[in-house]
Design a binder for this molecule. Structure first.
Ligand code: PBG
Length: 327
């Protein structure tokens, strides 16, 4: 093996041109999905204090936001809904007139080539804040499945291209697939939040979506952050049940999970660069301690380098602008 002084890896680092030629990982706005929080109303843009730069939007504002994203080359949005009322089963989640459904309809009418994905879960809609129905103080897995299926079918009816179940109930991908197929929505894809950990990184999201559990926590259904082998079992099961793409969430503290999933599975893999990861960057940048642009692009590059095909990220709009300007 040749070595120093004949081998000098610095040679190809000397100029921007050679660095570009040998760059192994490229970041493009086409790899981003922008999460949007929607609520009923008109002309609403309510800033979310825990997520600087992100707002709760009424459906018309969601269309405006998506138009801007589309113009920057971001192909997709993921919708989260804030309900007008909460109840024990989260029934507004499958109301065809609710905010997510209205926003999905308007987005597909106005921007047909935008990919509209929807988060399928009950926690924003239940009074107790859990991702399923409660029986004897616990989230009842099997009683929750038909409700999730109804949510997915309602989203599909509104025009969603992709439904993304984030509840972590066992068997939900199969239940949703069967319900979609029975409802003439065989064309709607499932992006499963397969390896989703019970993470403190969701803190700012729960403020944004008002979805903190009112008792207990989510450790009875979301994964233990310590388990990588179990994450592979979750992914394998979801693919077997019919998931079209799978997700690892959060991203930053789970790059090894993304990497191993990439090596084991040929299905598309998404990573969710979650609210806490974004909020930490914004907070430190706000203090002037870090360079937000370089940090955000480095983080997104790392997630893609680990093996993610695409990234759900609150940085989507800014990152798309930075990439266009030539970072
Ligand atoms: C559940 C859901 C959550 C997130 C996405 N879907 C919150 C949770 O599981 O508590 C978190 C996303 C983020 O932190 O950015 N509907």
């Amino acid at each position: 093996m040749s070595r120093f002084p004949s081998t000098r890896l610095r040679r190809l680092r000397r100029t921007a041109a050679s660095r570009a030629l040998v760059r192994e990982t490229r970041l493009s706005p086409e790899q981003f999905i922008a999460p949007l929080f929607v609520r009923k109303g008109q002309g609403l843009r309510e800033p979310i204090s825990s997520l600087p730069g992100v707002s709760r939007l009424s459906p018309d504002e969601a269309v405006a936001e998506a138009q801007e994203l589309r113009g920057l080359g971001v192909p997709a949005v993921l919708l989260f809904g804030l309900p007008e009322r909460k109840d024990d089963t989260g029934s507004e989640a499958w109301d065809d007139g609710a905010a997510v459904q209205e926003a999905a309809r308007r987005l597909k009418q106005t921007i047909p080539d935008l990919l509209v994905a929807t988060d399928v879960c009950l926690d924003e809609y239940t009074a107790h804040g859990h991702c399923g129905v409660i029986r004897d103080g616990e989230v009842d897995n099997d009683a929750t499945l038909p409700l999730l299926a109804r949510v997915a079918v309602s989203h599909a009816r509104a025009g969603a291209d992709v439904v993304a179940p984030s509840d972590m109930m066992d068997g939900r991908v199969a239940a949703i697939r069967a319900a979609l197929d029975a409802a003439a929505s065989a064309h709607v894809a499932i992006l499963s939040y397969s390896a989703k950990s019970a993470s403190a990184f969701y803190g700012p999201f729960r403020e944004a979506a008002d979805s903190s559990p009112k008792f207990g926590d989510r450790r009875g259904y979301q994964m233990d952050p310590a388990n990588r082998r179990e994450a592979m079992r979750e992914i394998a099961l979801d693919l077997d049940e019919g998931a079209d793409a799978v997700m690892v969430k959060p991203a930053l503290a789970y790059l090894d999970v993304i990497r191993e999933a990439r090596q084991r599975f040929d299905a598309p893999i998404a990573a969710y660069n979650v609210s806490g990861e974004y909020a930490m960057v914004k907070a430190a940048a706000g203090q002037g301690w870090i360079d937000e642009r370089r940090i955000a692009l480095e983080i997104l590059t790392g997630i893609v380098r680990a093996g993610a095909d695409f990234v759900l990220t609150y940085h989507a709009k800014d990152a798309a602008k930075w990439l266009r300007e030539g970072a």
